[in-house]
Design a protein around this ligand. Structure first.
Ligand SMILES: *Cc1c(COP(=O)(O)O)cnc(C)c1O
Length: 340
């Protein structure tokens, strides 16, 4: 089976498993897990923030960020196609009780003017705009790597109005590698950031939320309230440390494989790649086949290839370290031979 559904399906490397086995642990709710403390310090340093918090998932990291930044009845501005709006089960409303003010973006690029217009004036009728959320890479945009220069423009608008920016950087490492920029080139334009250790970097569990020390102290309490205070979490943190230290640079291979896949699939007369393929995501339009994406996915499955539907006639493929170039070539050959 060639599994191109997501970069979350990767299994921990041998080195990660050994580090997990050997991990020094303690009770992290008491702040006594040396491995988690090391991971949080390393992550904070890499992200250019004062402090960091290990959380169970990207979704939990984003939700803790919203809970910590906002109060019930506040409004938060975000892309209508953002993961937080699209894929987190309405959690911002269920937990934080905030109202989303969504903006349509150009494949993840938010127009600074539209952002400015969406920020509420001080008026008794209006909710308070208390947060702006950005996403990089942009998932539904097709893994778009948003350059720091664009984030700077949005940051200046936010700063003018004294509104914090939270970056959903589940795949920020992919942007950094694709654009050849350090992580801090992006995070300097954010107040807080969430990054996933369990996507392209291959750790089995966990994300990092980073920000000021004061913010992370409050976030730690929200994590506890949500039941995310883990005990001997260093068993997981050990894999996270390897993810940060050793798995970032190799993302370039996933990007090359995605480009290879895109070039190959474009040769099929009825398939067309619709995204720019900056990183490890390839989106194809299948409307010419006359199929719905779910039927197309079934047809791929019969050829031992897995992908995910991304719309009625859009299908997403994601490359990751558990797939090598030969497997990508096999996938291309099998898909090119499909008849519709
Ligand atoms: C995957 C993803 C998340 C959520 O991460 P989980 O660990 O699956 O909860 C958040 N934002 C983006 C952009 C993602 O791609």
């Amino acid at each position: 089976m060639i599994d191109l559904r997501s970069d979350t399906i990767t299994r921990p490397t041998q080195k990660m498993r050994e580090a997990m086995f050997q991990a020094e642990v303690g009770d992290d709710v008491y702040g006594e897990d040396p491995t988690i403390n090391k991971l949080e310090m390393l992550a904070a340093k890499m992200l250019g923030k004062e402090a960091a918090l290990f959380v169970t998932s990207g979704t939990q990291g984003n939700q803790i960020a919203v809970l910590t930044h906002c109060r019930q009845g506040d409004e938060i501005i975000l892309d209508e196609d953002s993961h937080i709006v699209f894929y987190e089960g309405g959690a911002i409303s269920a937990f934080a009780g905030v109202q989303p003010r969504t903006i349509k973006t150009e494949g993840g690029f938010m127009d600074p003017l539209k952002l400015k217009e969406a920020i509420r004036a001080n008026d008794i009728h209006f909710p308070d705009t208390s947060l702006i959320c950005l996403e990089n890479t942009h998932n539904r945009g097709g893994g778009v790597a948003i350059p720091p220069s664009h984030m700077a423009e949005l940051y200046h608008v936010a700063k003018e109005h004294n509104i914090p920016i939270h970056l959903d950087g589940a795949r920020l490492f992919n942007s950094a590698v694709a654009l050849g920029e350090p992580l801090t080139a992006f995070t300097q334009y954010t107040t807080t950031v969430q990054v996933c250790l369990s996507k392209g970097l291959g750790a089995p569990v966990g994300s990092i939320l980073a920000g000021s020390k004061e913010f992370i102290d409050k976030a730690r309490k929200w994590r506890k309230r949500l039941g995310g205070g883990l005990r001997q979490a260093g068993v997981l943190g050990a894999a996270g440390i390897i993810a940060l230290n050793e798995m970032v640079e190799r993302l370039a291979e996933d990007h090359q494989n995605a480009k290879k896949l895109a070039t190959g699939l474009n040769k099929h007369p009825l398939l067309s790649v619709v995204n720019h393929v900056d990183t490890n995501i390839v989106l194809i339009d299948i409307s010419e086949t006359g199929m719905h994406s779910s039927q197309f996915i079934d047809k791929l499955k019969s050829q031992d290839i897995l992908a995910v539907p991304f719309g009625p006639t859009t299908v997403r493929f994601t490359t990751h370290y558990d797939l090598n170039m030969e497997q990508i070539e096999q996938a291309i050959d099998r898909i090119l031979s499909l008849k519709f």
